[in-house]
Design a protein around this ligand. Structure first.
Ligand code: AOS
Ligand code: ZN
Ligand code: ZN
Ligand code: ZN
Length: 424
């Protein structure tokens, strides 16, 4: 299924007047908008291949209809999102859930939809059918060298697949850890993991990055071998310049100050990228911005401040990815909502009056500092985000158009009601 650009134009024509009014009003409030709109046009968020079908929980999965049955169909789904919002121009693959059979065909399909391949993800948290050793007691940390070797070899294979697709980064997330006290020697687990990561790192092409994702708990519930940003930092610092920390918003102990973590990792040149989602309790993987939009804004506030201080390119120098999973919503609608929330938080962060904030900070004017941040956060910037879409040929209201065109019904007609997406 492909969304015809005429359909987008017709949709935009109906909404254009009301949009134009909002934009004029916003410009009268905030002044110059051109610069922000351009930054929003450039900003792209990668869609994870595993979020295109309903995720399920350990208690069950309620499949939606028309879910993608193959890598080709996953690419087509991301192509639909990108046609609607022009802000989802990349897909992040998970190996072996997504193994291309014909690399050139997959590359040209992605190119037809204007999609790039973002980070490739390795998977040593599940046993695969034809594999010799089990990851039951961990992969890169395993006490058994043969298991570690198998896990390292898998990661190197994922790098090779990524090279063939034109990807430039590998995300490593490890389920490694322990569920009971005494199960692991923490220091040895760390050292084994470091040694394994060094072997993987050595296989990275010079223009690649290795993102090391941390997670406080789950599936292990006593210790995780890359549990927090400090532990990830300690590994990536030893590995070298191409290794960076990846922040998944759902992977912290409750109430962690994620924006401060982000700021300091950026300062140390060790922030690699994000897995955006939202949560109330743990790794809930809910729609970005659905629970804590202020936190998302505060994170982007640090990102914009820190990236500008280092002269970084907002769109290109970090990996922007979603990591979400649902049992309830249509995954494509959900992803449109996540992308929109991320763009809104980014636009609001671009609005922050940095000079005034710096003065307030230097004068210890705490009240003024809060006013400045909240003025930006409470500005309705949706018209800016919509304008960025309009200028790049996408829809003023992506979720609205998705529903008007009954895209899900079209996908069900093409693929059937009972489809099983691969992956978690
Ligand atoms: C797991 O909790 C992590 O967020 C990883 O990024 C994982 O690879 C992904 O969620 C797919 O399961
Ligand atoms: Zn993640
Ligand atoms: Zn996670
Ligand atoms: Zn998550």
């Amino acid at each position: 299924m492909i969304i015809d650009s005429n359909k987008i134009d017709t949709h935009n024509e109906i909404l254009i007047q009301s949009h134009a009014n909002k934009l004029v009003f916003l410009a009268s409030e905030i002044g110059e908008t051109e610069n922000i709109v351009q930054k929003l046009i450039d900003f792209q968020i990668a869609i994870p291949s595993w979020a295109l079908g309903t995720g399920g929980t350990r208690f069950g999965r309620f499949a939606g209809g028309g879910e993608p049955r193959s890598l080709e169909e996953k690419i087509e789904d991301v192509g639909l999102l990108h046609a609607l919002n022009n802000a989802s121009g990349a897909i992040s693959l998970h190996i072996p859930w997504d193994i291309p059979t014909d690399y050139n065909a997959i590359k040209s399909l992605a190119a037809q939809h204007n999609l790039k391949f973002d980070a490739v993800n390795s998977n040593t948290f599940q046993d695969q059918a034809n594999q010799e050793h089990s990851y039951k007691f961990g992969s890169l940390q395993n006490v058994n060298k043969a298991v570690r070797k198998q896990a390292v070899a898998h990661n190197i294979e994922v790098i090779q697949q990524g090279i063939a697709l034109g990807s430039e980064s590998l995300t490593v997330w490890l389920a490694d850890g322990s569920s009971f006290p005494g199960q692991l020697n923490f220091r040895k687990a760390y050292q084994n993991t470091l040694e394994s990561l060094e072997e993987i790192y050595a296989a990275l092409p010079s223009n690649w990055k290795l993102f090391l994702e941390y997670k406080n708990a789950e599936p292990n519930f006593y210790s995780t071998t890359v549990a927090d940003w400090g532990q990830s930092y300690s590994y990536v610092k030893k590995l070298g310049d191409k290794a960076k920390t990846l922040v998944d918003l759902g992977h912290h102990l409750p109430n962690a100050n994620i924006e401060q973590i982000v700021s300091l990792l950026l300062m140390e040149d060790k922030l690699g990228g994000f897995h955006f989602n939202d949560s109330k309790y743990g790794d809930d993987d809910l729609t970005a911005g659905s629970l804590k939009p202020y936190q998302l804004f505060l994170i982007f506030n640090e990102l914009v401040e820190g990236m500008d201080a280092r002269g970084m390119n907002h769109a290109k120098d970090l990996g922007w990815m979603i990591d979400a999973s649902h049992n309830i919503k249509d995954p494509l609608e959900d992803l449109l909502q996540s992308v929109e929330a991320i763009m809104i938080a980014y636009a609001q962060a671009l609005l922050v009056d940095r000079k005034a904030l710096e003065i307030a900070q230097n004068e210890n004017d705490v009240v003024r500092a809060q006013e400045i941040l909240q003025n930006a956060f409470r500005t309705d910037v949706r018209a800016l985000v919509a304008e960025a879409r309009l200028r790049s040929g996408a829809a003023l209201n992506p979720v609205g158009l998705y529903r008007d065109l009954a895209v899900r019904n079209g996908l069900i007609a093409e693929r059937g009601l009972k489809t099983m997406a691969t992956g978690l």
